[in-house]
Every structure is written in structure tokens, then in C-alpha cells.
Write a protein that binds this ligand. Structure first.
Ligand code: MG
Length: 402
């Protein structure tokens, strides 16, 4: 049996656990990880695990009793025990609470009228804070928008958190608060959730899954299968803002004019649009893969050609500049607060007027039309009249964009 002297990391762990007044939480969190990663020490650590665990729990309880703030997320916060319950009460319910969530039953009791629209998405964006938003607001906006695109009023959200041990509690609080604000603005309730904490290195800081449920209020739901020759293709604003904002923050790039993510919930605008013009054929938010990928999906689903005109596609000069510097195409960059609307040409002007009456659609414009010539293809017409095929990319230009 190794002695304490031969296990320096264990010595550090024991020492820090016995000195709560001077303990650095990060040392406490990561000391155990060092031991587990080190094969020769693992057996010894295993034999000590139960006693260490009980010491750690009592340390957490002492922190709580003394009103001492724990600065970083610990594995115990995902245990389902007292620590988990404190985290739920003091953080999640504080920012996300409502009469349904506050009941804390195993499942949420929902009253909802069918047919319903349901969508789920998992958010792994890196960095977790970026110009114009953060992973918390993005996790609400992204799912709310997907639910709304089917002609639905989003009502409820579920959320699942996977937290990395050692994540600063201040970051988690900022993210959950941001989720609460985004949900309130969108008019949705977070009705159930889950938290797991995994050892340091098992995930990168925080991953969030959200599932959204909404009531479809149109007779015929918009769908990628309904684009028809003669339809107009509209978009609600500038392309590529979110993708470039993420990349610039991740890589530490600065541009003359800062590029902000367009991250926003579009549901209120979508409701107004569909109430006025129920004959919309397709609504889709061009997120991962951008405008070009989303139009390819629609062209494939409907068996039509999407013809778009390069000169009409709104891209901010700073995004064009940043993309040419980095060798990226803004038409493949993600957007998180824009939508494509495809509808009969005779309704295009009325739809644009409604979109432009809302700040989230102020720069809406018609960028193309649906044709029957090249089924399943997206054709870009250049300002000089040439054409080129906009194919789907094999992979993603930028990983972990949402
Ligand atoms: Mg979508």
C-alpha cells in the first residue's frame, strides 16, 4: 500500500480539504482529477474514495451553512442530492421559475392544443459568450425559431445542461439569467430541465439541450416540401453576422466595425406574418451551413430550383471584408435571427412590408425565385449575368457555431 508520502497529489487533496478557510476551489476540484488520470495512483485513490467523498460532502455543507459561496461547479451539483437541490433552487428557479417549473415534479403538466410543433437542438457553441449573445440566449432563440418555422406559437421549453466540473459559478449564473430573459421576451415557459456535471475535460465548459413545443395556428403548416415554381424567395435581413461574430471572438480578431451576432427569437414576427398571409409555403431559419445550405435543403425537399441573385443578397460590408480576409463565404455562414420565406410571388410585397415593420426584419428583401429548370439545385446569378451552382458543403465551414 503506497504511503501518503508517495502520493503527492493525494497529500495536496487532503491538505486542502482540511483547510477550508484558505482553500482555492479550483485546487479542490481538480486535485481529484489529477489522481484519477494517473494510473499508478488510481488504486490507492479508489480505496480512499468513500472517505474523500464524505469529507467533500461535509465541506460543501459547511460552505452552505456559513453562507460561503462556492465559486466553481462541483461534481456534487449533478448528484441529485442536497447540493443539486440547492443549485436548482438558488439558480435555476431564480431565473427560469414559473408556476409549472416550480412544482418540481418528475414531469411537467402541460395544457396544449394540437396540432403541435416540436423541435430539439443541442448547443455547444465556442466561445460560450460572444458579441451579441451567449450560449444561454442562443439555446432559447435557436429552438424557439425552429418551432415557429412550422407556423406555430412556441409555448414551452425543456432544457438539459451538461456542465464541466470547475465551470465558474458566475458564468453559469450569467448564462441561466440570459436564458430567463430570452424566454420571457419570446413568451415561452421553461417547464422542465435536467443538470448533469461531468469531470473536467469530459465536455468543454457547458453544453445545453433545449426542446421546444408550440401550437400550430395555420391550416397548412409551412414546409420545405412546399416550394413551387413561381414562388418568391425572401430573406429577413443581413446574412452571416452570427458566424463571423463567433469566429472573430474565437480567434481574437477585431474588425473596424464590430460584428454582432444576430441571435434573436423570431416567433412574434412569424405570427404576425402568417396571420396576415397564411399562404406562405416555406419558412426556414438559415442557421448552420447558412443561406446556401438551407436553400439546398429546400430545393431537394421540394424538387425545384432555387435561383438567387447575388447583388440582392444583403451582407454587411464588414462581414464581406472579414470573410474575404479569412477565405470564407458569407452565404455558408450561420445566422441565428433571420429567416427565409418562400411564398407565391403575388404576396411578396405584402410579406416584405410586414417583415420590414419589425426591427428583426427591417432589412428584408426578395433575393430570388423558385423555378422548375434544375430540380434540387441552388443557382446563384452574378451581377454580370453569369451563373454558378451553390452546392451543399461536405462539412461545416466553422465547427461549434451553435
Ligand atoms: Mg432551423
Amino acid at each position: 500500500m503506497p504511503t501518503m508520502g508517495r502520493v503527492p497529489h493525494m497529500s495536496k487533496l487532503q491538505k486542502t480539504m482540511n483547510a477550508p478557510s484558505t482553500r482555492d476551489d479550483s485546487v479542490f476540484c481538480y486535485g481529484a482529477e489529477d489522481l484519477v488520470d494517473n494510473e499508478p495512483r488510481a488504486a490507492y485513490f479508489e480505496s480512499r474514495l468513500i472517505s474523500c467523498f464524505s469529507i467533500r460532502i461535509s465541506w460543501l455543507q459547511r460552505c452552505h451553512a456559513r453562507g460561503k459561496r462556492v465559486e466553481r461547479v462541483l461534481l456534487d451539483y449533478g448528484s441529485g442530492g442536497k447540493a443539486s437541490h440547492r443549485l436548482i433552487g438558488e439558480l435555476f428557479l431564480k431565473y427560469l421559475g414559473n408556476e409549472i417549473l416550480d412544482r418540481l415534479d418528475d414531469a411537467a403538466f402541460l395544457e396544449i392544443k394540437g396540432p403541435i410543433s416540436v423541435s430539439t437542438d443541442t448547443f455547444t457553441v465556442d466561445p460560450i459568450f460572444f458579441p451579441g449573445g451567449d450560449i444561454g440566449s442562443l439555446a432559447v432563440h435557436g429552438t424557439v425559431n425552429d418551432v415557429a418555422m412550422l407556423g406555430a406559437r412556441p409555448r414551452y421549453l425543456t432544457c438539459g445542461f451538461i456542465l464541466e466540473e470547475g465551470l465558474p459559478m458566475a458564468d453559469l449564473e450569467r448564462i441561466v439569467q440570459s436564458m430567463g430573459n430570452a424566454a420571457r421576451e419570446a413568451g415561452v415557459l421553461v417547464v422542465t430541465g435536467d443538470t448533469k456535471v461531468v469531470p473536467k475535460g469530459a465536455v468543454d465548459k457547458i453544453f445545453i439541450n433545449t426542446t421546444g413545443i408550440g401550437e400550430i395556428f395555420v391550416d397548412e403548416a409551412p414546409s420545405g416540401h412546399r416550394a413551387a415554381p413561381g414562388d418568391a424567395i425572401l430573406i429577413s435581413g443581413f446574412m452571416g453576422d452570427h458566424g463571423l461574430a463567433i469566429l472573430s471572438k474565437r480567434e481574437g480578431l477585431t474588425f473596424e466595425a464590430p460584428v454582432l451576432s444576430d441571435c434573436a427569437s423570431l416567433n412574434h414576427l412569424i405570427v404576425r406574418l402568417l396571420e396576415a398571409i397564411p399562404s406562405v409555403h416555406v419558412l426556414r431559419d438559415p442557421t448552420r451551413g447558412g443561406l446556401a445550405t438551407t436553400l439546398n435543403e429546400i430545393a431537394g425537399q421540394s424538387g425545384v430550383e432555387c435561383r438567387i441573385f447575388e447583388s440582392k443578397i444583403p451582407v454587411r460590408p464588414e462581414v464581406t471584408g472579414g470573410c474575404s480576409f479569412l477565405g470564407l463565404d458569407p452565404l455558408y455562414l450561420a445566422n441565428e435571427g433571420k429567416f427565409i420565406c418562400i411564398l407565391p410571388q403575388e404576396h411578396a410585397e405584402a410579406a416584405l412590408a410586414i417583415m420590414r415593420s419589425d426591427p428583426l426584419g427591417a432589412d428584408a428583401v426578395q433575393i430570388g425565385e423558385v423555378r422548375g429548370e434544375h430540380p434540387g439545385k441552388v443557382v446563384l446569378e452574378t451581377p454580370l449575368g453569369g451563373t454558378r451552382l451553390m452546392d451543399m458543403l461536405e462539412g461545416e465551414q466553422l465547427p461549434r457555431i451553435c
